[in-house]
Write a protein that binds this ligand. Structure first.
Ligand code: ACO
Length: 384
């Protein structure tokens, strides 16, 4: 029997070589293809950032115009997909429905049987546009409102808000949502991206890989956090007592959603951008969120001096998304809209590597056994 212990949750294990995303967890640095996330959040758009992730360089103006046009042209959904969204039980969470709808999309994709690089790039355009459409349409259906047609003249962020809310969004709302999309677009080998890469490495299609990734992102330890952050902030707004909320949550043995990260020991750089944005915009719940953050960090430092548990991206994402009028229960699904860009980049890269991902386990079960050494087994065999 093995005596060594494998790191729990593959913590600290380098599992592949990738040129897409760099994280320095101790310094709190994140960059896509060598460009710091703060630069991208300040100067880029979701379209430009997605081009960067997929093709490795920032687009020139012609490339950006072509990319934007292709994403807009990909805003088409077979009526059967909308039928599915209308027919699923209303008890289903947006992530469950999205996972099912994305799986179904593959059967309506014009490149369904083509797993070549070029076809996968075309599918990546379609999936990026279609997933955003599905999320917006799902919310309209839930609210009993008519589905809004996509507007090809709008940016990806503006079209999403248009299809979600049915009115032309303000420039501030669009820019705010665009920043959230950029910040969530990729994050190296997080759980959902790793899942996508493992699936892609089997030579399965991109829809399978993204369906699997959505399943992973759905978990509360990953993309499910922001929907759980907002009720905490609302509670602080109501009671004015952030310390009490923090203490009682931790006393119950529960985790504070929006805090802690596998990789970052310094503050998550995305949280910093979103906090600054929320403050600048005068977001509705900025004060309550800031009070909760202060109380949480102080209590976590007292209770866990051994482990740096800092604010992660999901805490301030909840405030920012609410400002952009994305309802709390749709937040994980919105996260999917952004991360489809990163998943696609990783799937394309993984397919180029062309090697099945199949790690080994450190066996920790019993030593070799036979019917002679297992009590009662031989007798049972004889009876049988
Ligand atoms: N609140 C309270 N305690 C925490 C928190 C938290 N938010 N995060 C970590 N801890 C504690 C754990 O209880 C654990 O304690 P233990 O050593 O006594 O068992 C210790 O810190 C280490 O936690 P792990 O779960 O082992 O660390 P890991 O790196 O696996 O976890 C994770 C990272 C899952 C994100 C964790 O910090 C967490 O659960 N956070 C809350 C959920 C959340 O905000 N998720 C969004 C993450 S960002 C994203 O996915 C985009």
């Amino acid at each position: 029997m093995a005596t060594a212990v494998a790191p729990k949750g593959l913590e600290g294990i380098v599992a592949t070589t990738s040129s897409i995303c760099w994280i320095d967890g101790d310094a709190g640095v994140l960059s896509y293809r060598g460009i710091d996330i703060h630069e991208l959040a300040e100067r880029s758009t979701f379209e430009e950032t997605t081009f960067l992730l997929w093709f490795g360089h920032l687009p020139n103006s012609g490339e950006l115009a072509d990319f934007t046009k292709k994403l807009a042209e990909a805003r088409k959904l077979d009526p059967k997909i909308i039928e599915l969204l209308r027919s699923v039980p209303s008890s289903g969470s947006p992530m469950e429905i999205l996972r099912t709808a994305v799986s179904l999309l593959s059967l309506y994709d014009t490149d369904e049987k083509d797993n070549s690089h070029d076809a996968n790039v075309r599918k990546a355009y379609r999936l990026t546009s279609q997933i955003a459409m599905i999320v917006a349409i799902l919310d309209r259906i839930r609210k009993g409102k008519p589905v809004v047609d996509a507007d090809p003249t709008l940016s990806h962020a503006a079209n999403f808000l248009w299809m979600l809310n049915g009115d032309k969004p303000s420039d501030t709302a669009v820019r705010t949502f665009d920043i959230a999309l950029i910040l969530h677009a990729d994050h190296e080998l997080n759980a959902s991206t790793f899942a996508a890469r493992v699936i892609a490495a089997t030579l399965a299609d991109i829809h399978s890989a993204i369906t699997g990734a959505i399943g992973a992102l759905k978990g509360p330890l990953h993309g499910g956090a922001p929907a759980r952050v907002l009720p905490m902030i609302q509670e602080v707004e109501r009671t004015g007592d952030a310390e009490q909320l923090v203490r009682s949550t931790l006393d119950r043995g529960e985790r504070l959603m929006g805090f802690g990260h596998r990789v970052y020991r310094a503050e998550d750089p995305r949280a910093r951008v979103l906090r600054t944005t929320a403050k600048r915009l005068g977001a509705q719940r900025y004060e309550a969120a800031a009070a909760l953050e202060q109380a949480a960090l102080s209590e976590l430092r007292d209770r866990r001096p051994d482990r740096a548990i800092e604010t992660n991206v999901e805490f301030w994402a909840a405030v920012i998304l609410e400002f952009a009028e994305v309802p709390a229960y749709m937040m994980p699904a919105m996260f999917t809209c952004a991360r489809t860009a990163g998943w696609s980049a990783h799937i394309l890269e993984q397919k180029r590597l062309g090697k099945l991902v199949r790690p080994a386990a450190l066996y920790a079960g019993p030593d070799a056994r036979t019917p002679d050494t297992v009590e009662g087994w031989k007798e049972n065999l004889v009876k049988a």
